[in-house]
Ligand binder design. Structure first.
Ligand code: THG
Length: 290
């Protein structure tokens, strides 16, 4: 299955045995005090810089999230979307739980990229989310990330998460949103407090791929929360998740791109290792320059 997203100048295709698409996670104040303070002051210079840096690091799509205490997302999310769209070519994943903020941001996206198509991040299996977010997705013709959680929070069994994925796809299709525009997130929790956490996520990914064949994202870095040398765990988990069916993870592109290029190579998605070698040469040039 293939999902097409796009900006005014760039189309990104997800799935269909293509190389893994990286959604850059860094425009997000979670754990970033400086960015949170700048957002509270309405200063979007860090957002612009993070956009440029992630595009340079090989992010294909940029996630834009301005959710922090004392930030008016309805006012700031559309401004952040505008700033990022003016800085880079990459299509965007618009990340908010606030439908009014999503609508305001989608209006800006449509104005600046009338032929484009962003991702709405996200809807979940709760009735209140489905009934407020999916109509926006339909109206603006976007793709959407569906989180496999509902009124019960994040569910402990693969079976239950698969059922939520099923519900989200079915509700989208009932509104005329094609299945290929739904990207499922099977959700990762930390293995430091639950030894089954990664296994449940991987099992959900395999079953969603088998039963629905839809594209899947994952914010993989949660898996290592509370542990040292998180990058080692994150890289190992990302490899397993991509092998199981994740096609567009949400990541820090600069950190994980080398591993993802290796995984794509090993999965037969990089003929003659061209992408792997090009990225290697680019890193070498940078390391020896200046
Ligand atoms: N699924 C979907 N969307 C998501 C998530 C997901 N959006 C938000 C989040 N999870 C993915 N984005 C982030 C952003 C930041 C961090 C992790 C995931 C992060 N920040 C560092 C910290 O908290 O320590 C600090 C950043 C730094 O300076 O490096 O980890 O799961 N659909």
């Amino acid at each position: 299955m293939e999902t097409r997203v796009g900006s005014a100048t760039k189309t990104v295709l997800i799935g269909g045995d293509r190389p893994t698409v990286l959604i850059g996670e860094r425009i997000n104040p979670t754990g970033k005090k400086k960015l949170a303070a700048a957002l509270r002051a309405g200063n979007l210079e860090i957002v612009r810089r993070e956009a440029l840096a992630q595009a340079e690091a090989g992010a294909d799509i940029l996630d834009v999230n301005v959710g922090a205490a004392e930030v008016d997302e309805v006012a700031l999310l559309p401004e952040a979307v505008r700033v990022v769209m003016e800085a880079v070519d990459a299509p965007l994943s618009i990340d908010s739980a606030n439908p009014a903020a999503l609508r305001a941001a989608l209006e800006v996206y449509r104005r600046l990229a009338p032929e484009g198509k962003p991702i709405v991040n996200s809807v979940n299996g709760e009735e209140r989310s489905l009934s407020r977010v999916l109509p926006l997705v339909k109206e603006y013709g976007t793709a959407v990330i569906g989180l496999t959680m509902d009124e019960g929070g994040i569910l402990n069994e693969a079976e239950e998460r698969v059922a939520v994925a099923h519900k989200i796809v079915a509700r989208a299709e009932a509104l005329g949103i094609p299945r290929e525009d739904v990207i499922i997130d099977c959700l990762a929790l930390t293995v430091s407090t639950d030894r089954r956490a990664a296994l449940v996520t991987l099992e959900t990914i395999r079953r969603v791929r088998e039963e629905w064949g839809v594209n899947m994202t994952l914010g993989a870095s949660n898996v290592s929360f509370g542990l040292p040398e998180r990058e080692v765990i994150n890289g190992a988990f990302l490899a397993m998740a991509i092998a199981a069916g994740v096609t567009c993870p949400i990541v820090d592109a600069a950190r994980v791109r080398p591993v993802v290029l290796a995984v794509d190579l090993l999965l037969g998605r990089d003929e003659y290792a061209m992408r792997y070698l090009r990225a290697y040469r680019k890193r070498r040039r940078k390391a020896t320059a200046g």
